[in-house]
Write a protein that binds this ligand. Structure first.
Ligand SMILES: [Zn+2]
Length: 679
């Protein structure tokens, strides 16, 4: 007699199955077809692996440790989990792809590589979800991008080996395959280099606990043996353990050694390789000095010994290039090499380091500034200043990894700033991260074929503790994982959000600190609806131009009825940059003489990135657009502050006018405003 499962019975009776036939997998697989029945895993279920020995050992160890103990191979069992490498898989080109077929008797994963089997295993583990039941189904899956990464800055605030291993566990479950470690920066050198012990005996230690205190306190380094020395570094053994642990989870660790800038700690340890020989440390190394190349190449030799990654990240961002203009050695280098400016001097260093890495069989990757002065021939660009750098690199036939600040910088606020620990700037809730498409069809396949993938970056200036770092990473890295894996046409926020909640809950159960989406406060209230007022849709004349980096809606911005959110980069806030004291100076034409009772605008302040309230706002009116009379002057004593704040600069009263002029002046930073409201 045939015994019907509950689900089959439900189908016979024309009822929806009680146990809804869906597969709850994150990142969402490319194609899922549900089937009838379930596979029940029992203590006698066997695990059969047919793969090259190294992969087979990794997969078995992982399944044993992270899932369950299976029956010893060879023992007769009624059900089996089978992982098998095959020569090819019809319709799946990526070596990371896999096919999964689950029937009541057997769960079979097929892939052309160990990585593919590992991802199939991850999918199976999620389907089992801590129970013994896996729904019967067919999955055909492969990643959208070959590069799916996370960057962790362990220079600004040091994070140790155990923290990194714990994050690798989480990344592996989400099929992320690159961990980029920002090992060196002005705030501390974090990798043991045997040839240069001074880097970690001195340049890895400071008197203050947090980056903020260190930076405010004069950015000094001290000896590791000094009383109260705070900091740390990965020993080479630590780093090797991280590399192996990651490799066992099919994750490649990419080391970053910053050059030629963000190098204060390096030039403090070795003042002779900065242009000024300042013992306090200079941001840039001297490119004219051969000693610089000797040290960098010796460091890279040890780095390559530890990290088998094809990519070696050399930073390359935000060089000030100032000292190079005054330095005899740098000027001589430029003359000798026929370099016409300091951009080409930077490019000289990048080219030379690239040649060195290429000669050792490695590839150079760097932040998008490495294109300044001419991009090295085989370099891969990591696009962080928006997406243009990556797109430009892709157009010229270079690989690009997309990590634009507006979507991928996980040091931004993930919820209303008042509810969050102080962050560097910006507002990057999970939904906005998820909305990012690194390779939109509109770019054309000539460009998108060069886009290698996507990466989430956690800079840690304002992230002093391990818990805080996890809180910033999760759940936003879950969105990065799905952006990197799932076909764009399959991605839906409505489908993702509940799955992100589930992954978050699972992670909390495993001891991670995860931001709680259920308590999300959301964007600035004013930005969630349009505001109607007398100036809405009226023409605005800019007596001083806005800042072209923050165009927002250009001429329409200040009267479009749309208020800004928590982030000055959200396309609602318009930026106004230094021009002496002048910032905002606009005239609004109400088209006819009108009774007015209120004129006002909000400004934002977040002084970390240089956004300040104005020092003075003047509101003036006119009937002819030429002769203005003052309505109000509002003075504001500018002062530095932590976090993000907003302030309204307005006038209320009774007046009649056709033209309203709104001026803001400042001696500090730039200004951002979203709408000039007239009632
Ligand atoms: Zn120099």
């Amino acid at each position: 007699m045939k015994i019907l499962t509950l689900a089959a019975l439900a189908v016979l009776l024309g009822m929806p199955a009680a146990n809804a036939r869906t597969a709850d997998v994150t990142p969402l697989p490319a194609r899922i077809t549900m089937a009838e029945g379930d596979m029940i895993i029992t203590p006698s279920t066997s695990l059969v692996i047919e793969a090259p020995a190294e992969d087979a050992a990794r997969l078995r160890d992982y399944a044993d440790a992270e899932w369950r103990r299976f029956a010893p191979a060879g023992k007769k069992s009624s059900t089996s989990v089978e992982l098998k490498t095959v020569k090819r898989l019809e319709g799946i080109e990526s070596p990371e792809g896999y096919r999964l077929n689950v029937t009541p008797r057997k769960a079979l994963v097929e892939a052309t590589s160990g990585a593919g089997l590992f991802y199939g295993l991850q999918t199976l583990m999620q389907l089992a979800d801590g129970t013994d039941t896996i729904p019967a189904l067919n999955i055909s899956d492969s990643p959208r991008f070959g590069y799916r990464g996370m960057m962790l800055d362990i220079s600004r605030n040091y994070r140790d080996k155990n923290f990194i291993l714990k994050q690798i566990d989480a990344l592996a479950r989400l099929k992320i395959n690159r961990l980029h470690l920002h090992l060196t920066d002005g705030a501390g050198w974090r990798l043991e280099i045997k040839k240069y012990p001074r880097l970690t005996e001195y340049a890895a230690w400071r008197p203050e606990l947090t980056w903020k205190e260190w930076s405010d306190g004069g950015a000094r380094y001290i000896d590791a043996s000094d009383f109260g020395a705070y900091g740390g570094f990965l020993t080479q053994d630590d780093a090797r353990e991280i590399v192996k642990y990651a490799a066992d989870r099919y994750i490649t660790v990419i080391p970053e050694i910053e050059m030629p800038s963000h190098s204060e700690e390096l030039t403090a340890a070795f003042p002779e390789i900065s242009c000024t020989h300042n013992p306090k440390g200079e941001p840039d190394v001297c490119v004219g000095n051969e000693k610089t190349f000797e040290i960098l190449q010796n460091v890279l030799d040890e780095v390559m010994e530890i990290f088998p990654s094809e990519y070696i990240h050399i930073g390359g961002d935000e060089a000030s290039k100032r000292a190079w203009k005054e330095c005899e050695l740098c000027q001589k280098r430029m003359a000798d090499e026929g370099l016409k400016d300091v951009d080409e001097l930077q490019s000289y260093l990048i080219h030379r380091i690239e040649q060195y890495l290429n000669s050792k069989g490695r590839s150079l990757i760097g932040w998008d500034e490495i294109m300044e002065g001419g991009l090295a021939p085989n370099a891969t660009v990591m696009s962080w200043r928006g997406t243009e750098g990556g797109i430009r690199a892709a157009r010229s036939g270079h690989q690009a990894v997309m990590t634009p600040g507006g979507y991928c910088y996980l040091d931004s606020y993930q919820d209303a700033p008042a509810t969050q620990p102080v962050a560097i700037s910006g507002y990057l809730p999970l939904e906005r991260v998820y909305s990012y498409d690194p390779a939109p069809d509109s770019l054309g396949t000539d460009v998108t074929k060069w886009i290698a993938g996507v990466q989430g970056n956690l800079w840690t200036e304002h992230v002093p503790t391990a818990q805080h770092a996890e809180y910033m990473l999760w759940p936003r890295m879950i969105a990065i994982a799905e952006i990197g894996w799932t076909p764009q046409e399959q991605r839906r926020w409505e489908s993702f959000r509940p799955r992100a909640l589930k992954v978050s809950d699972d992670m909390r159960g495993k001891g991670y600190t995860v931001f709680d989406l259920r308590g999300e406060a959301g964007n600035r209230r004013q930005s969630t609806r349009t505001v109607d007022h007398l100036a809405r849709g009226k023409k605005v004349t800019y007596n001083v131009p806005w800042w072209s980096n923050y165009n927002a809606a250009r001429e329409a911005t200040l009267t479009d009825g749309l208020r800004g959110g928590w982030s000055y980069g959200d396309g609602r806030w318009q930026g106004f940059l230094h021009r002496g004291d002048e910032r905002v100076d606009v005239t609004i034409d109400l088209e006819k003489v009108t009774d007015i009772t209120y004129v006002g605008a909000d400004f934002m302040q977040i002084t970390g990135p240089g956004v300040w309230f104005p020092a003075k706002v003047e509101i003036l009116i006119s009937d002819n657009g030429t002769d203005f009379t003052e309505l109000a002057t509002i003075e504001h004593k500018q002062k530095d502050s932590t976090g993000l704040s907003f302030k309204e600069f307005s006038w209320s009263g009774n007046a009649r006018a056709r033209y309203v002029r709104y001026r803001a002046t400042s001696t500090e930073g730039c200004q951002f405003t979203d709408e000039i409201i007239i009632r």
